[in-house]
Write a protein that binds this ligand. Structure first.
Ligand code: ZN
Ligand code: ZN
Length: 556
């Protein structure tokens, strides 16, 4: 057997050393499987960008080797980039659980060109793709339909947890299949990759059911108030609990926010969300009910602009005006990076007289990712030979590798991956064996562009340096200037305080163009000349680099 086929290779196109855009590639010989295809949200230095997706170059270059795409669950950091990947890999089959398939189909509706019907698989089911045999294993997480993957390869069994936690009392009554894990372990697990999100947190995560108990109490304590709950629309179990509590206390529920309406409708259609239809009231009929009869379930738990809750807080939501009889619950965590926005919304709600409850005040949210003791349980059951921590920033991966070491695993059997790493695993060894392209692509509306592309650079420059428009007006009759060039600035200098400097700049442009032969109509050369001269001038005088836009206007 040659070197190429003596081991499995695992490449990380995303999800390690960062939060989001999870995508791994499993490879043996000439066959490949893609595991998840997620997005990340843009950072502050990417103005105007909606989404960040992985660089698919490695997959595009190996198109013919890809046997299938396996999706562990329906969160955006696992499915968000799938439409963009399918554009590059038409016809490659996709496999996911029922709810995940429904969420993917929802997403594909916005990308009409893509012809893809994802295949629905169930926990416990095994499929064969090339030389790989994949068993889907039920896990608990903050969305229903999450599955781990037990993949039998020619070298041994590779187990990937996907996102998970050990919830012994899940809302659907269907706990993580630890018995099946033990059976898989008996056959011997060669390699484990596992969720490291909460590897720094000691102890066990709380059960989702605990959130239900807290919410129930809050409903009892606030019987006369209107209750407004913001939560993640994809947390179907959380929403199920809220629906149950509303039913119990005779409150009607109003769904608001596009993704909340979308996901709840989808989940209800496939039976993942069960409730009496009479419980739900259309927002247009809100006036027919008293505050104490209502619970409003909305999006906006991250303070997102244009979300239902943010608009309510801003007084821009048509049917709902926040007042002192409102009790607002953030049944969610604060995703790092969103602190300022969330804080703003909370302050606005308080200003309008509402009471506000969030994670640090009461147990109104639990994490969907395993804490240290749960990770120990997983490692102890599976007893893998080799371990690669994934799904986390470097510190989380390091913490997770320490857990494996504490449990007795040899340091040599653990590899902490960097973004873009390929790791080779044979029956007896594990090592980094190279890298694959792992940059990012930026999505602006439906357009995908390179990171650091021209548009992106312009936006950053405009935001930090401002702009300067130079107009040169010429007569097309005499091919000469009709007036002195003019300069308009935006976000660059305070005009009032810099009149002299701008006059000087205008004179300089005048001198530059006054002897130009406009008859040649070589507009680009003239514009470039103006641009270069002004760039040098502003930099020399102010150490600034505004975006310079020269305009040549012809008049008769
Ligand atoms: Zn997840
Ligand atoms: Zn995730």
């Amino acid at each position: 057997m040659n070197k190429q086929t003596s081991g499995i290779k695992l490449s990380f196109l995303g999800g390690v050393g960062e939060v989001g855009k999870n995508l791994m590639v499993l490879e043996y010989g000439n066959e490949m499987l893609v595991i998840d295809s997620g997005l990340a949200f843009p950072s502050d230095d990417m103005p105007g960008i909606d989404l960040v997706i992985p660089d698919f170059t490695y997959l595009i270059n190996n198109k013919n080797k890809i046997k299938g795409i396996l999706i562990t669950h329906g969160h955006e950091d696992h499915i968000g980039a799938l439409p963009y990947l399918l554009q590059e890999l038409p016809g490659v089959p996709v496999f996911a659980s029922k709810l995940t398939v429904a969420l993917i189909e929802n997403k594909l509706k916005e990308h009409r060109k893509i012809k893809c019907k994802p295949n629905c698989v169930k926990p416990g089911q095994t499929i064969k793709l090339g030389c790989f045999s994949i068993e889907f294993v039920k896990v608990t997480h903050s969305i229903s339909g999450a599955m781990a993957l037990a993949i039998t390869t020619p070298v041994g069994v590779y187990f990937h947890t996907g996102d998970f936690k050990l919830d012994y009392t899940p809302i659907d009554g269907d706990a993580m299949d630890l018995v099946r894990l033990a059976e898989i372990s008996k056959k011997g697990v060669l390699l484990l990759t596992a969720d490291s999100t909460n590897a720094e947190r000691p102890g066990f995560s709380m059960s989702e059911r605990k959130v239900g108990a807290t919410l129930d109490n809050l409903f009892v304590q606030n019987q006369t108030k209107r209750i407004i709950i913001a939560t993640f629309a994809s947390n179907v179990h959380r929403i199920q609990q809220i629906l149950n509590i509303c039913e119990k206390y005779g409150r009607k529920i109003i769904f608001t926010g596009r993704s909340m309406l979308n996901i709840c409708e989808t989940a209800a259609k496939i039976g993942e969300l069960k409730f009496n239809r009479e419980l739900v009231v259309d927002i247009n009929n809100i006036d027919k009910y008293e505050d104490k009869q209502l619970c409003i379930l909305c999006t906006g738990s991250q303070g997102e602009e244009n979300s239902a809750l943010t608009r309510m807080a801003n007084g821009e939501f048509n049917k709902i005006e926040i007042g002192n009889n409102d009790y607002v619950i953030f049944s969610s965590s604060v995703i790092p990076g969103n602190e300022r926005e969330i804080n703003n919304v909370i302050n606005l709600l308080y200003t309008k007289g509402a009471s506000v409850i969030y994670e640090s005040l009461a147990e109104v949210h639990v994490s969907g990712h395993a804490y240290q003791e749960e990770l120990k349980t997983l490692h102890s059951i599976l007893r893998p030979k080799f371990f690669v921590p994934c799904h986390g920033e470097y510190r989380h991966l390091r913490a997770h590798s320490n857990i494996a070491k504490d449990l007795g695993m040899n340091d040599r059997n653990i590899v902490i991956p960097d973004l873009g790493d390929t790791i080779m695993v044979t029956k007896n060894s594990i090592k980094k064996s190279g890298t694959v392209p792992s940059g990012i692509k930026l999505v602006d509306g439906y357009d995908v562009s390179e990171a650091g592309g021209v548009v992106q650079r312009d936006r950053v420059q405009l935001a930090t340096e401002g702009m300067c428009i130079v107009t040169v007006t010429i007569s097309s009759k005499f091919w000469s200037l009709t007036s002195k060039p003019d300069i308009i600035t935006k976000g660059f200098v305070v005009v009032k305080d810099n009149e002299e400097l701008l006059e000087e700049a205008k004179d300089m442009i005048l001198n530059l163009v006054i002897n130009t032969n406009f008859k040649t109509q070589d507009w680009n050369a003239i514009k470039n000349n103006i641009k270069k001269t002004l760039q040098a001038f502003f930099y020399k005088r102010m150490k600034r680099k505004p975006v310079i836009i020269p305009l040549i206007i012809e008049t008769k």
